[in-house]
Design a protein around this ligand. Structure first.
Ligand SMILES: Nc1ncnc2c1ncn2[C@@H]1O[C@H](COP(=O)(O)OP(=O)(O)OP(=O)(O)O)[C@@H](O)[C@H]1O
Length: 248
């Protein structure tokens, strides 16, 4: 895995939900091609961190820079940024009344102005890449959860993003489907995609991440390569967390 110059930079980011200080002076730099896995107890701010990166959540103070440009708060610049940062959620969020291929080609045609035939060809190649080309003409409800999540990944990739954010992408899946989604994510990581991944899948963190970030109470408590973090967590919070979960 290679890593390069910073692509996503958060500096002194604070976020409150009412009285709740959900992100507490968060500074983080994610290099091009780097895979950062964010772990931590429930309610520690992991999802919020992920969502601030493409401004699904506004921040109260601090700065976020993407590819050298400060994140815009709104307007066309924000729409462009969102298309450069793919996001995959726990719930697949596919359009129920569109086929899998239509779900994948919609953004490229409507937002990027691609010709439908070209978008279709690229969409089919992406569905092939995530292993569901044979499901292209089906509707989301006809697919398993794992296949739907792979379709959601293909849809995000169709926008040719510079980075991908994953917010607990396997949490809603039946256990036997987790592996097929993690395999696609691992392959993306190996291909050099810049990724921020909120997950409870410690096997993925161990094998695919360059860095593991441990969050607690809205703070980045640890930031270390996975081998180091799992073998030798420094904080009591991380030790306590790891003692309660399966780490393989
Ligand atoms: N839209 C919102 N309005 C008010 N409070 C919110 C909102 N979204 C999140 N919170 C609160 O902010 C805190 C952090 O939430 P967040 O979802 O970022 O945590 P998390 O670490 O991702 O948790 P989990 O692992 O359970 O998903 C929680 O206490 C949550 O209840």
């Amino acid at each position: 895995m290679t890593t390069g110059e910073p692509l996503i930079v958060l500096d002194g980011v604070n976020k409150w939900f009412g009285p709740l200080h959900v992100l507490d002076d968060v500074s983080l730099s994610v290099g091009r091609g780097e895979v950062v896995v964010v772990i931590g107890p429930s309610g520690s701010g992991k999802s919020t961190l992920c969502r601030t990166i493409n401004r699904l959540e506004p921040i109260n103070s601090g700065t976020i820079t993407f590819d050298g440009t400060p994140l815009p708060a709104e307007g066309k610049a924000l729409a462009r940024l969102r298309s450069e940062v793919g996001m995959v959620f726990q719930s697949f969020n596919l359009f129920a009344h569109k086929t899998i291929l239509e779900n994948v080609t919609l953004g490229p045609v409507k937002v990027r102005g691609e010709k439908p035939a070209a978008a279709r060809e690229r969409g089919l190649a992406l569905l092939d890449r995530v292993g569901i080309a044979n499901q292209a003409d089906k509707y989301p409800a006809q697919l398993s959860g794992g296949q739907q999540q792979r379709a959601a990944i293909a849809r995000a990739l169709a926008m040719q993003p510079k980075a991908m954010l994953f917010d607990e992408p396997t949490s809603a899946l039946d256990p036997e489907m987790v592996g097929e989604v993690l395999d696609v994510m691992t392959s993306l990581a190996r291909d050099g995609m810049t990724m921020v991944v909120v997950t409870h899948e410690m096997g993925f963190a161990r094998h695919a991440a360059n860095r593991v970030i441990f969050m607690a109470d809205g703070r980045l408590v640890e930031d270390a390569p996975p081998a180091e973090f799992f073998a030798n967590p420094r904080s009591e919070r991380a030790k306590d967390f790891l003692s309660k979960i399966l780490t393989h």
